[in-house]
Write a protein that binds this ligand. Sequence first.
Ligand code: OSB
Ligand code: MG
Length: 372
Amino acid sequence: MKLTKLTLHRIEMPLVSPFTTSFSTQTARNALLLEAECRVDDELVTGWGECVAMAEPLYSSEYLEGAAHVIRKWLAPRLFAEADVTAETVAGLLAPIVGHRMAKSALEMAILDAQLRSRRQSFAGYLGTARKTIPSGVSVGIQDSVPAMVKTVGGYLDEGYARIKLKIKPGIDLEPVAAVRREFGDDLLLQVDANAAYTLADAAHLKRLDEFNLLLIEQPLGEEDLRQHAELARIMTTPMCLDESIVSAQTAADAIVIGAAAVINIKPGRVGGYLEARRIHDLAQAHGVAVWCGGMLETGIGRAANAALAGLPGFTLPGDISGSDRFYAEDISEPIVMSDGEVAVPTGPGFGVDVLPERLEKFRIEFEELRG
Ligand code: OSB
Ligand code: MG
């Protein structure tokens, strides 16, 4: 395949309700979508990728404008320079550029979608996954009060979500967790995510979460605190899950070996792409470490790709792959739908969803075309 044109679409989609984590409150998703036009023999084929970087560098060092810049100046030129690019060669071609995994992932994704579409193959078919549906969990943002949290969780359970993840931060942790556990009972699949808001000095406090029979605690400590997570994992009985700290198969291997991760949240963007995400899945599975697919408020494109990835057999815990309507009244594509606690694995070519031109028109703030 020859990459002939790359269009960067900057979009802004309003959220149905504010989403609060330990690091920010979001009311809209500013996203960067990549449209790759490729020539395969005499045919032109288009693929779409989504960059999961957020508007501000608060979750990780990457941010939207920075990702657009590194794509424009450093990454895209390396792909344009090649006569033949495939999804499998993108990571190697971009490897000399240090870091910027979310930007690289978006490019690999767009090339992969184009490649699969040219072969009329679905992403699930490419991965060799057999599942038709995957269990759907929901990430619940920090609410203004404990009763508001109980009410919000109740709403998602009424909709049918299979698992609840509560965002926590210092000062808003034990009470909401206790209230949700008390209200909905011991059978509720419940976990928490701190987004790196604590330090090892909070170990005794965090240990009090052990009594709530949580599936896991996600990233209580800092991104670089691998050893500290291992120490905390020895103090707590709640299984330790890492998100921010796992940026590659190599960090995943290190985390597993030192006992920092009993569970891994795999986000393809965070680790540089779906192919690296698959390697982390394979590695974790070989070590008996459970994985699940995280989310970054993806549009339908990323959400569809995540649903296929989560069909791999090592994804033994429900992920943060909710229906599009959990965040968006209108998605950029046909919506991903949660029904009976499950989301369907898309079967169409590529990631199996199409960007709707009128939605792109509606949500787009700016776009830019790059050519080799
Ligand atoms: O830590 O998993 C996280 C959203 C943005 C940044 C980080 C995280 C999240 C979520 C939302 O928890 C997951 C979703 O897309 O539903
Ligand atoms: Mg997380």
